[in-house]
Design a protein around this ligand. Structure first.
Ligand SMILES: [Zn+2]
Ligand SMILES: [Zn+2]
Length: 554
């Protein structure tokens, strides 16, 4: 039995989740976790709300609510979205928690003890009027490189340059509009540059990392800069050191520690030991992420884990995927060009979204395009026509000619044997793809099985034989019904609710393991259930509804 900790990137508690997040991170992670549970492996799937940092603080201030209430609101909102999509975490926790504060302080102390934190004098902007230091997002001015006006204190949106806030020309406090003064402050920096060789070896020796990701991580490795992890007047975790009393740690330091603290919370609630996953070498830690956070997960995070030198496991894989476009354009919240999870699930079966997003998402950094017509066509042809039709014709036939009971098969001919071999082999093939994170290919394989079974049914023409050579028809239906039963297992990581509906029409009550899907699940004589439509087609009206919400004119 494998021990696997699956994590999905922590959603930032500042705004609605959309289907792009599902595509890159949450659906792949959920499929992977569900599959391994079915394989009988020991899986814990953790996630949590990422709750610190300046953007949250500013947004809460603008909304006129306490920051604690603000992050609580978004945490609940995100948890509801995950529920809508049947993303089944073992725990959805938060970074503003006692467990995370404690673990973050532990990391800071250990890193300092081990010589990986050092102090440096840095220049900071201070607003006398508001009596506070200005974080990057609290100050605007002219870009020191191109002169573009109205730029934040960390980088210029016009020329892309990054710089320190004090370098801005004519800086202004965004709260009061006054000109801040430059003050010298002592900060702790994390010595990321010291990990260059170690990270290189670690990445080089891990065949599970995607080649395309590794390629650009290598580019960064030769010029790693130490990382200023200290912030003044900040919504975050306080530094545990006397000499920087009242200062805070940067959100990207405590966010990944959230993976550990969520595991700790889960372990407490379930009477388990979190170290089984984080410190036992038999365990695997797998982070599912989007391509925008590669830097943090391939460099900062493992360097932190190595630096504390406390026997932590390093991630064994970090499946990374690209962004989702909508009809060829980037998602944009300000232009309302995005599909929120809430909106999507108000119109469509969540499994349809899981199905389509999986089929258009390769295991790569490539961006993929959500097209409304394409969505309708792929769901209707794959789920309704191919899978739905196979189920419907099989069960209708059994109901009509075999008194709703699985018939006793006769002798197998070569075509029957071919289908039985296919039934036996598909779970292994699909399983291998899922284990390699090639989820799209796995789903295509399942669709292939359904397609071939439909063809087999057509070739066998049981409707012709059922009267004169009943045994022949019985054999065909025994095999197709068992393939349908197998689909109820194979589909369950991908489309869990559809899988449940298949089990229901088959009157299958027991819990099935993945490997059972390669066997005859339904014995002769088994009584099937009442026939229902498993996957009704997406209608033009539904698509039109979404179009209207997005403001697309026909
Ligand atoms: Zn510029
Ligand atoms: Zn001010």
């Amino acid at each position: 039995m494998r021990k696997i900790l699956v994590t999905a990137a922590l959603p930032y508690a500042n705004g609605e989740l959309h289907i792009g997040h599902l595509k890159s991170t949450y659906i792949p992670a959920d499929i992977y976790a569900r599959y391994h549970r079915l394989k009988g492996n020991y899986v814990v799937f953790v996630c949590g709300s990422d709750q610190h940092g300046t953007p949250i603080e500013i947004a809460a201030r603008e909304a006129g609510v306490k920051v604690e209430d603000y992050v609580d609101y978004w945490m609940k909102n995100h948890a509801e979205d995950f529920k809508r999509m049947n993303i089944e975490f073992d725990i959805f926790y938060k970074t503003h928690s006692l467990e995370n504060i404690e673990m973050t302080k532990f990391f800071l102390k250990k890193l300092k003890e081990n010589g990986f934190l050092y102090k440096k004098k840095v220049l900071q902007l201070y607003c006398k009027h508001d009596g506070m230091y200005l974080a990057d997002r609290y100050v605007k001015g002219e870009c020191p490189y191109c002169g573009e006006q109205d730029q934040y204190g960390d980088h210029c949106e016009a020329c892309g340059a990054t710089y320190e806030a004090w370098q801005l020309k004519n800086p202004k406090c965004i709260l009061c509009g006054n000109k801040p003064e430059i003050k010298e402050e002592e900060h702790y920096l994390f010595k990321l540059s010291a990990f260059s060789e170690k990270l290189k070896n670690w990445i080089h020796n891990n065949p599970k990392f995607q080649k395309s990701v590794v390629k650009y991580v290598y580019n960064w490795l030769d010029s790693l800069r130490d990382w200023d992890i200290t912030r003044e007047n900040y919504w975050g975790i306080e530094m545990p050191f006397e000499d920087v009393k009242g200062k805070y740690v940067y959100v990207w330091f405590d966010a990944p520690i959230g993976y550990i603290s969520a595991t700790i919370k889960w372990a407490k609630e379930n009477n388990r030991n979190w170290e089984e996953f984080w410190k036992n070498r038999d365990a695997e830690v797998i982070h599912f992420i989007g391509k925008d956070i590669v830097y943090h997960h391939y460099l900062f995070w493992p360097a932190m884990l190595i630096g504390v030198n406390d026997n932590f496991n390093l991630p064994s894989a970090m499946p990374t995927r690209g962004f989702l476009l909508l009809e060829g354009r980037k998602f944009s919240k300000s232009r309302k060009w995005y599909i929120s999870i809430k909106r999507a699930t108000e119109i469509f079966d969540p499994d349809y979204i899981r199905f389509y997003l999986t089929l258009i998402t390769p295991y790569s950094l490539e961006d993929t395009d959500f097209k409304l017509e394409d969505f309708k066509n792929m769901v209707n042809s794959g789920l309704s026509d191919t899978i739905g039709n196979l189920i419907h014709r099989t069960l209708t036939f059994i109901t009509k000619y075999f008194n709703s009971r699985i018939p006793q098969p006769g002798e197998y001919d070569s075509l029957d044997k071919k289908m039985i071999t296919k039934l036996r082999q598909t779970p292994t093939i699909v399983g291998k793809f899922i284990e390699e994170f090639r989820l799209k290919t796995g789903l295509e394989e399942i669709l292939g099985l359904a397609r071939e079974t439909n063809k087999y049914f057509n070739t066998k023409e049981p409707w012709k034989y059922v009267k004169k050579e009943r045994e022949k028809a019985a054999t065909t239906l025994f095999i197709t019904a068992n393939i349908v039963a197998s689909l109820s297992v194979l589909l369950s990581p991908y489309t869990p609710k559809i899988a449940e509906r298949i089990k229901k029409v088959l009157n299958l009550e027991k819990t099935l393991q993945w490997d059972e899907s390669g066997t005859f699940i339904l014995p002769p004589g088994h009584a099937i259930g009442k026939i229902e439509i498993i996957a009704p087609k997406i209608t033009d009206e539904q698509i039109q509804k979404l179009r209207e919400k997005l403001g697309i004119r026909q």
